[in-house]
Design a protein around this ligand. Structure first.
Ligand code: PMP
Length: 360
């Protein structure tokens, strides 16, 4: 091994994704996938793109994903979004990787919460970006005032992960308005599950050229396997992202992802039905777990973050696993007594509850 690589390898701490078990009979509540199938229109569009003989796969896809950008812009047209405000990528993880490299690399450290999406410190390691982890309040909420100090950029998920807590839009706007010289990135992977009227920061983009909002089709549109994410921001920020992306791969999205992504964005009925179903199940599961004695962090996402005052979280996770149910446990300070549970179908929630009753 070269000396250079061993030095790099020692510094690079890779992201460890949630487990993707090979056994299909497991009740899989560990990686925040949507339990419902994707839009039938998206599935048909993918099949149509593939065709009888897959002949179109001979050809490169559109390097700009123009059709997808147009469909995303049209979904948010009422917020003043046009295609020039849209960047698309291979899942929001890839979008975020480009964001860290293109927009968050500065002399000053960037800021993000101390409990947050664990990919952020990984990108910082990869691109040698200094960061300050800003503590959350005791109830796990993000304190907007803590983001008003000098910084080289700000990023956090809203709702936050893995806590599920939502920061109100007025607080987001305060952070964005008070940091005109930094890019503020709001990772809204889970925002569609927040409320009936989705409290997205996208409408603020027209007023704040330093705001970038990142979304994914993995959660509310049930397409984690297709790998489609996007960012919405001022045309200049988007242009910077395009340049960085083109230096890696001018074809970030394949033909099937573009076709399926366009149809999914256009199927508003599926989007609304699915996200409402998940929100209703979240409220029901919250009530049921309360009655079993769990403490539950108020969630605006498709998962809940819970602890049981009498039971060790790691023991509970393995007891569930013995009953073929997998949830996420993070061996991290302050949250090692919590479990993150993805909202499943009614049957999956019922299976979870009966397993918990047995364990308790
Ligand atoms: N942001 C957050 C906060 C997430 O939890 C996830 C999913 N693990 C992502 C982004 C990435 O999602 P995807 O790459 O599937 O779009």
């Amino acid at each position: 091994m070269s000396k250079y690589w061993s030095a790099v390898a020692r510094k690079l701490i890779p992201y460890v994704p949630g487990e993707q078990p090979k056994l299909s009979q497991l009740v899989k509540l560990n990686t925040n996938e949507n339990p419902y199938p994707p839009s039938e229109r998206a599935v048909a569009a993918i099949a149509g793109e593939l065709g009888e003989d897959g002949g179109k796969l001979r050809l490169y896809p559109d390097p700009n994903g123009d059709r997808l950008k147009a469909a995303i812009a049209s979904f948010y047209a009422a917020d003043g979004v046009s295609a020039a405000n849209v960047f698309v990528g291979n899942g929001s993880d890839e979008v975020l990787a480009h964001v860290f490299q293109a927009l968050l690399k500065h002399e000053r450290p960037i800021l993000f919460p101390d409990i947050t999406y664990s990919f952020y410190p990984v990108y910082c390691g990869l691109y040698e970006i200094e960061h300050v982890a800003v503590p959350l309040a005791d109830d796990f909420s993000i304190v907007a005032d803590d983001y008003l100090r000098p910084n080289g950029g700000i990023i956090f998920p809203n709702p936050n992960a893995p806590t599920g807590r939502l920061l109100p839009l007025a607080e987001i706007e305060r952070i964005v308005a008070s940091n005109p010289d930094s890019v503020v990135v709001i990772d809204e992977a889970y925002i569609d599950f927040a409320a009936e009227a989705v409290p997205t920061a996208i409408p603020l983009v027209a007023r704040y050229p330093n705001l970038l909002v990142v979304h994914t089709l993995s959660k509310s549109r049930s397409l984690a396997g297709l790998r489609v994410g996007f960012a919405i921001g001022d045309a200049q920020l988007i242009e910077a992202l395009e340049r960085v992306k083109n230096s890696f791969n001018s074809y970030p999205l394949d033909r099937l992802a573009i076709a399926g992504g366009v149809a999914a964005m256009n199927d508003r009925v599926h989007y609304d039905t699915t996200r409402r179903a998940v929100m209703n199940s979240r409220e029901q599961l919250t009530r049921d777990l309360h009655s079993l004695g769990f403490d539950i962090v108020p969630s605006a996402a498709n998962f809940i973050f819970v602890r049981h005052p009498q039971l060790d979280a790691a023991t509970l996770a393995s007891a569930l696993r013995e009953r073929a149910i997998i949830v996420r446990h993070f061996r991290l300070p302050r949250i090692d007594q919590y479990l993150r549970i993805t909202i499943g179908t009614d049957d999956q929630c019922t299976a979870l509850l009966s397993a918990l009753r047995e364990i308790l």
